[in-house]
Design a protein around this ligand. Structure first.
Ligand code: F6P
Length: 366
């Protein structure tokens, strides 16, 4: 590896989220200003693997100029196959890591900037172990990466959910209904908690605080006994009642991915509440991938742009196996291992939950 890199490559992996294009743009702009070439790898790292249909292409400042505000990723992404456990139909998984490294070397890639969540950063780490210079950029709308104070895409998702709550409120008010809104958050309730507070929810159910349907029903009846005729309940897809199971829904994944994903928690909670208080009129909305699409907020564009610039700065400083991390007011680098060490969950005894309780919000837990 030359001390000063000449060619960078960038890939976006895992579930998409608003702000990925802002990172790509920032990397290309900063790299070109420093005289570096940038290759874009399509569909996660698949572009480096034969027969995937994905490829590698040069990215120029002119090409990326208009993508700052665009959601998704112009490079495409995948959250299905790891190159180290590649699946072809029903055949046992095989390791294509060395094939990937050989292709990267043949293309003259000095540094890989890998934008993604914990799964993608675990891949970054393994590539680094096999000799590649990798700089990770953290990404997840779930905001559950421990190595960074915040991730872009999260704020946009919170805004989408808050807008949805504002809309549900007016129809709930008109019909005297209790509206249940299911939101993303597999292992962590950050989206539910932030948007629930911002959108004036009465009950928030998160994975970190197992609930009791009887307590949820009791607290709803308390709210409705204070002159209110409607209520709002926000349910994270990964929440479960005490001793209960998560809810899954079937998906068609083209034979590569899982046959079911999390989903249905909102409907399950509605049925649990109805079993205790059948007199309530309930309606369920599941926001699903609407939370992941569309235009990033100004703050997410800012954060994504700064992470992208700092990733190139780290490459220019000769850093390797690091993750650029938001440590307000700065963007710093931390060891890549930290991105995969543990998930950042909501602290049930933390101030955010306490403040929500201070607003009279129930978690259905006591
Ligand atoms: O991790 C982000 C996330 O959006 C989760 O909240 C959600 O459960 C999952 O991805 C959905 O993944 P997919 O795009 O495969 O349906």
């Amino acid at each position: 590896m030359p001390t000063t890199p000449r060619k960078l490559a960038i890939a976006t992996g895992g579930g998409d989220c608003p702000g990925l294009n802002a990172v790509i743009r920032a990397v290309v702009l900063r790299a070109h200003a420093a005289g570096l070439e940038v290759l874009g790898i399509e569909d996660g790292l698949n572009g480096l693997l034969e027969g995937t249909g994905a490829t590698v292409r040069a990215l120029t400042p002119i090409e990326v100029a208009p993508i700052l505000a665009r959601g998704g990723t112009v490079l495409g992404t995948t959250n299905r196959c790891s190159p180290f456990a590649w699946r072809d139909g029903k055949a046992p998984p095989r390791d294509r890591g060395d094939e990937l490294l050989a292709r990267a070397e043949a293309l003259g890639i000095d540094v890989l900037i890998n934008v993604g969540g914990d799964g993608s950063q675990a891949i970054s780490l393994e590539l680094a172990r096999r000799g590649m210079t990798v700089i990770g950029v953290p990404k997840t709308i779930d905001n559950d990466l421990d190595a960074t104070v915040e991730t872009f895409g999260f704020g946009t998702a919170v805004q989408v959910v808050t807008d949805a709550l504002d809309r549900l409120r007016t129809t709930a008010e008109s019909h005297d209904r209790t509206m249940i809104l299911e939101v993303m958050g597999r292992h962590a309730g950050w989206i539910a908690l932030h948007s629930g507070i911002a959108g004036g929810a009465d009950v928030i159910l998160i994975p970190e605080l197992p609930y009791s349907p009887v307590h949820v029903a009791r607290d709803l009846m308390r709210t409705l006994g204070t002159g209110r005729h409607f209520a709002l309940v926000v349910v994270a897809e990964g929440c479960a009642c005490v001793g209960g199971e998560l809810s899954h829904k079937p998906v068609a994944s083209g034979g590569i991915g899982p046959s079911s994903i999390l989903g249905g928690a909102g409907q399950r909670v509605a049925e649990e509440i109805a079993a205790v208080v059948p007199e309530l009129e309930l309606r369920v909305t599941a926001l699903g991938h609407i939370q992941r699409g569309g235009t990033p907020t100004a703050y997410d564009r800012l954060l994504a742009s700064r992470l992208g610039v700092e990733a190139v700065e780290a490459a220019l400083r000769g850093e390797r196996s690091v993750l650029v991390s938001s440590q307000p007011p700065d963007i710093r680098t931390v060891p890549l291992e930290l991105a995969v060490k543990k998930m950042r969950a909501v602290d049930p005894r933390g101030q955010l939950v306490a403040h929500a309780r201070g607003l009279g919000i129930s978690f259905g837990d006591a």
